[in-house]
Design a binder for this molecule. Structure first.
Ligand SMILES: Cc1cc2nc3c(=O)[nH]c(=O)nc-3n(C[C@H](O)[C@H](O)[C@H](O)COP(=O)(O)OP(=O)(O)OC[C@H]3O[C@@H](n4cnc5c(N)ncnc54)[C@H](O)[C@@H]3O)c2cc1C
Ligand SMILES: Cc1cc2nc3c(=O)[nH]c(=O)nc-3n(C[C@H](O)[C@H](O)[C@H](O)COP(=O)(O)O)c2cc1C
Ligand code: FES
Length: 598
């Protein structure tokens, strides 16, 4: 094994030891010093079974000698395959990801349900090593489902157990035990929770009443694991990056305990009795008021933008996340590409960082389907910035239907962007078939008029400028350039494709697109009459200025969000404003196409 692995590519590790802990949970031990050396209790790793999937698993223990332990429950496809492995088999690991528990105070209570005992065992080991008193309350259906009870005892924790069938400890739920000991006067400085969501919600109610600071580790579907795709959204927070550990106060302002998202992103209730309606709304947020920015405001396709920056399609998924982009300074927001039917996308791995700022993804266009997307758009509307709805489809009929549904339902959309160019899906065919592209653009345009339509192209076809001209002739109001560049990264040890896409293909984004993207925008500006929306490796104000001089009027930021988070909008705007002011410009639009006038 290499001494140091890149943080965001799975690396194969030998499975050192496999221990059966309960009916459904096994502990997997690895020698992984690059992860074990720097991780915190509460953080997670991604566990890859090549050819199957890659799943998030909390760190159950990490030792100074480099041993990493994971407790994995056999619940579905990937975890089942893991349970079938033997010592010596190879498993891909990468991480650690997310934040950990912040352990403070002398008296800590940890409440665990199911495999939630895993991260809490690591937390208890740390807290006990620091000399803190730890009470552990663990709940399970029956005695054989309990996990690490003896380990908690060996660490010197005060362990209380509740089983639903009364086969060990108190008969009932772990929340009953907590309620009883709080009622009896137990005092804690901090409560940490990990377990089923409804259980954690009940614990939060109890600790809120008792006014005890509380942190909990939550779960959502994790795909990219580093803040790129938005699959793990919970109230506009990203569980893989902002979490998985949150305070009870933060969770109380979200849908926590009410609903979660399917792999497609569709909202699904956590309580079986809730079927739809207001129960599936996010908690209300105040309307956001974008500030006027005289140097940056611009008018493109008849739409007024307070500034020309926005996220790239695929980096914003939920209405709440788009709202947060606007609040962080984006002048407009772009949705994930939405199609006619709900799609789960490809299995993981879906996102890799090949080297710093250089990424490849194969999400496979997961989306809840256009009929289910209205709720996100309604919530994004509170951002009060123009919303660009990205759509896709592989035939004229399909695209027409998507546009028709969006229009008939009155979705609050300022502009549409047609994704003709996802390089690693069956939808790439549109870009490779100019007559089809032309027919689709005409069909969508007819339906969405008078709203403008941008068409997004990639450099994967021989002549992107020629394709853009075809889109312009068919009625496109703008061209978005560029989508990701086709790639197929392969794991060297087993010579297997990394990505979960069955064919191994993905699209490169980030710094490798900066130079080529700027060239394509330069060439587009020479030939087109319609405005250009630049996307591809924009990390700085300098990139925006270069793209503007080459001919772009609006600028989408994608991969830079991974390293820098939504603060990137504020920083780039600040640097742009400083540049424009220092060089005597009245407005950024004066720069558009400047390179062609010299
Ligand atoms: C931060 C984090 C830490 C986790 N830690 C652990 C752990 O320590 N031990 C452990 O056994 N499991 C843990 N999980 C849950 C684990 O990732 C899922 O159970 C696993 O992804 C299921 O994959 P599968 O292919 O076996 O099941 P699938 O066939 O994909 O699905 C089986 C069931 O699990 C649900 N599911 C799938 N993925 C997730 C997910 N990411 N989060 C929640 N539910 C999911 C599905 O909706 C379905 O109901 C954690 C999840 C997260 C987000
Ligand atoms: C995780 C991820 C998801 C993406 N999803 C979409 C999408 O749904 N629709 C789309 O048109 N482009 C999508 N893209 C492409 C981006 O919008 C953008 O064109 C590309 O990433 C280049 O910009 P960047 O270098 O700033 O990331 C996605 C890219 C990534 C990395
Ligand atoms: S899984 Fe969290 S943003 Fe992609």
């Amino acid at each position: 094994m290499k001494d140091k692995i890149p943080v965001n590519i799975p690396t194969l590790h030998d499975l050192l030891r496999l221990t059966e802990e309960s009916k459904t949970v096994k502990t997997f031990s690895f020698y992984a010093p690059e992860i074990a050396g720097g991780c915190q209790p509460g953080q997670f790793v991604m566990v890859w079974v090549p050819g199957v999937d890659e799943i998030p698993i909390s760190i159950a223990l990490a030792s100074r000698d480099g041993t990493l332990e994971l407790a994995i429950a056999d619940v579905g496809d990937c975890s089942h395959r893991l349970h079938e492995l033997h010592e010596g088999d190879l498993v891909g690991l990468r991480g650690p990801y997310g934040n950990g528990f912040t352990i403070t105070g002398d008296r800590i209570c940890m409440v665990a349900g199911g495999y939630g005992a895993a991260p809490l065992r690591f937390s208890a080991a740390k807290a006990r090593a620091q000399g803190r008193a730890v009470t552990v309350i663990q709940g399970a259906r029956c005695a054989t489902d309990l996990l690490y009870v003896r380990s908690f005892g060996d660490l010197g924790c005060d362990v209380r157990v509740a089983t639903e069938d009364g086969s060990q400890g108190r008969c009932g739920m772990c929340t009953d035990v907590l309620e009883a000991i709080l009622h009896a006067g137990a005092a804690f400085d901090l409560v940490l929770i990990c377990g089923p969501e409804r259980m954690m919600q009940r614990v939060c109610e109890l600790t809120q009443k008792a006014q005890i600071p509380t942190q909990l580790s939550v779960e959502r579907i994790v795909k990219c694991s580093c803040g790129a795709c938005g699959a793990c959204d919970l109230g506009g927070y990203l569980v893989c990056k902002d979490g998985p550990v949150f305070t009870a106060e933060v969770m109380a302002q979200t849908e926590f305990g009410r609903w979660k998202r399917a792999k497609s992103g569709k909202r699904v209730p956590l309580v079986p009795t809730v079927v739809a309606g207001s129960e599936l709304l996010s908690s209300p947020l105040p309307d956001f008021k974008p500030v006027a920015e005289p140097l940056l405001q611009t008018m493109v396709c008849g739409i007024a933008f307070s500034n020309p920056l926005m996220n790239a399609a695929g980096f914003g998924f939920s209405g709440r996340l788009l709202y947060r982009y606007a609040a962080a300074g984006a002048g407009a927001v772009v949705t994930k590409s939405v199609g006619l039917e709900e799609r789960e996308g490809y299995p993981n791995p879906t996102f890799l960082e090949l080297e710093p700022r250089s990424y490849v993804n194969a999400m496979g266009l997961p989306n809840p389907g256009i009929r289910n997307y209205g709720i996100e758009l309604e919530e994004a509307r509170q951002s009060n910035v123009p919303i660009i709805l990205s759509i896709f489809g592989k035939s004229v009929e399909e695209c027409r239907e998507v546009a028709k549904i969006a229009r008939e339902r009155g979705y609050p959309v300022a502009m549409y962007e047609f994704d003709a160019s996802c390089p690693h899906s069956e939808f790439a065919a549109v870009e490779n078939n100019p007559p089809l592209l032309s027919a689709i653009v005409k069909a969508i345009k007819k339906l969405v008029r008078p709203k403008p339509l941008a068409v997004k192209i990639s450099p994967n076809i021989g002549a992107p400028v020629g394709l853009a001209l075809i889109a312009e002739q068919a009625g496109a109001d703008a061209i978005t350039a560029i989508n990701t560049v086709i790639a197929r990264p392969v794991e060297q040890r087993r010579e297997l494709p990394y990505l979960g896409n069955p064919l191994g293909y993905g699209g490169k984004s980030g710094k490798d697109l900066t130079v080529g993207g700027k060239r394509i925008v330069y060439e587009l500006y020479r030939e087109l009459k319609i405005p250009i929306i630049a996307v591809g490796g924009i990390f700085s104000a300098q990139d925006v200025l270069d793209y503007a001089r080459n001919g772009a009027s609006l600028f989408q930021i994608g991969s830079a969000l991974v390293g820098e988070g939504r603060e990137v909008f504020g920083r780039v705007k600040q640097d742009l404003t400083a540049y424009l002011r220092a060089n005597g410009y009245q407005n950024i639009s004066e720069l558009v196409g400047d390179a062609h006038r010299r």
